[in-house]
Write a protein that binds this ligand. Structure first.
Ligand code: NFE
Ligand code: MG
Length: 468
């Protein structure tokens, strides 16, 4: 007998995605992830000055906003043939690195840990699912203490971002051509003090707490598995070796590593609420955003992003895999572990970058804007590959397409009826108690899903049955 379960919302932040599964007995045999939020940013950028793109596109999200600042500035640099001085690349890496630490710390403690540890029976922790809590009372108490500390440390990560980024979220310092803040000695010292607090928390709390979780729940190295189809655009440009990134770009197809070919990226709208006269998937440089209010077919506002026609997973596990740092497996626990290891690695690199910054040297080279040009900015965000594609005509934006990590990880089925990565990962999951399907939440949350945080342009009326 099959049973239908809906988890809505599926997240502890931006409550706009839902997951539906079919259980055969206790086993997941079908999964669909839907996103009822229309990301209208691609439309509202049309006709604007290209220099607006980094400011506007960062508003897509309150948690990963800096990633959009980076990708958007890079798309304009590509369009203008502009370069960034080494100081600018270092400051950009530092600003983005601070935001990455903020994301990874908050995800583990605030967004994921309530799926595993026992929290007090009082607000803001209620209501909560009952589940198999396997920590001793002393371990549980330590996790809850670190949860509270993570709130303070997350603020320090934002404070670090602000040193060179000027504000958080939605920093204002990154432009096409570099970073507008001067790397003065006092700013470098201030950043160094904040970074050392963050490094200590990552080393003494985040990493050991994640390893404790992995030790208590080793079955999650089996749950949430999917085919080894992985994608990264790379992350953190090297300040003096052009083209090189600390995390390299690459693709893994059925377990085999290959070069990342941007021409192989395409979006399919067969099961998404968009119109397209052509049934073939489109490369984002030729992408369209034409939403429909006909919800009778499809189940999401997320387009199905594909690489060589395959659903590809992105995120810290993929970056560690491509760098050769970690290849244990592709499961829920591998995703969770590598996210914490990545925080440790990035914090260590940030210390190197901070030492390499040259006070007094420029961090910005003004670009010469082109009246007519196209450009692409491909750089991983915290959760996976992030691409911005811009087309400029008459000095104005004539086309803008964005493909986010969560569009990769939470993508729906495509024209070939192939599921997206998180949907694939859910198939086969054993749910002990269908009234409390915590296993499904743990698997989906291992991707750190985010379906557009801060701006909702569309409000569906649930009373009219507008939900899928
Ligand atoms: Ni709103 Fe994001 C990241 C981007 S995923 S968190 O990482 O880009 O949609
Ligand atoms: Mg898009």
């Amino acid at each position: 007998m099959t049973q239908h379960i809906v988890i809505d919302p599926l997240n502890r932040q931006n409550l706009i995605a839902r997951v539906e599964v079919e259980l055969d007995g206790h086993r997941v045999v079908e999964a669909r992830i839907g996103n009822s939020n229309l990301r209208g940013f691609e439309l509202l950028l049309l006709g604007r000055d290209p220099a607006d793109a980094p400011w506007f596109s960062q508003r897509i999200c309150g948690i990963c906003s800096t990633a959009h600042g980076v990708a958007s500035a890079m798309a304009l640099e590509d369009a203008y043939g502009a370069s960034v001085p080494p100081n600018g690349l270092l400051l950009r890496n530092l600003i983005f690195g601070a935001d990455l630490l903020q994301n990874h710390i908050r995800h583990f403690y605030l967004l994921a840990l309530p799926d595993w540890a026992t929290f007090p029976e009082r607000p803001p922790y209620v209501p909560r699912h009952s589940f198999d809590s396997r920590f001793s009372p002393a371990e549980n108490a330590r996790l809850l203490r670190n949860y509270e500390e993570a709130i303070r440390i997350g603020q320090k990560a934002h404070a670090l971002l602000v040193v060179f980024g000027t504000r958080a979220p939605h920093q204002q310092a990154m432009l096409a051509g570099g970073v507008a803040t001067a790397p003065t000695a006092d700013r470098i010292m201030q950043a160094g003090a904040l970074l050392s607090d963050l490094r200590r928390f990552v080393a003494e709390a985040l990493v050991p707490d994640t390893e404790l979780l992995a030790e208590r729940y080793p079955d999650y190295f089996t749950l949430g598995r999917r085919p080894v189809n992985l994608l990264s655009y790379g992350m953190f440009p090297h300040p003096s070796r052009p083209g090189e990134r600390y995390y390299p770009a690459g693709a893994v197809i059925d377990g085999r590593r290959e070069e990342m070919e941007a021409a192989e990226i395409a979006e399919d709208v067969t099961h998404a609420w968009f119109r397209d006269p052509s049934p073939a998937p489109r490369h984002p440089a030729r992408g369209r955003t034409d939403p429909t209010d006909d919800l009778s077919t499809g189940y999401t506002f997320t387009k199905a992003s594909r690489y060589r026609s395959r659903p590809m997973e992105g995120g810290p596990l993929v970056r560690a895999w491509l760098r050769g740092d970690y290849r244990r497996g592709v499961s829920a626990m591998d995703r969770i572990l590598t996210r914490s290891y990545e925080a440790r690695q990035v914090a260590a690199w940030m210390e190197e970058w901070l030492k390499a910054v040259q006070p007094g040297e420029p961090a910005y080279t003004p670009p010469t804007p082109a009246r007519s040009a196209t450009g692409a900015g491909l750089h991983d965000a915290m959760r996976g590959p992030l691409g911005h594609w811009v087309r400029i005509r008459g000095g104005r934006i004539a086309g803008y397409q964005i493909v986010t990590p969560s569009a990769w990880n939470l993508s729906p089925r495509d024209g070939g009826n192939r599921r997206g990565p998180a949907e694939e990962a859910l198939i086969g999951t054993e749910v002990a108690d269908p009234a409390h399907p915590v296993e499904i939440m743990r698997v989906v949350h291992s991707f750190d899903p985010c379906s557009a945080c801060s701006v909702h342009l569309l409000e569906l009326d649930r009373t009219r049955g507008d939900r899928p």
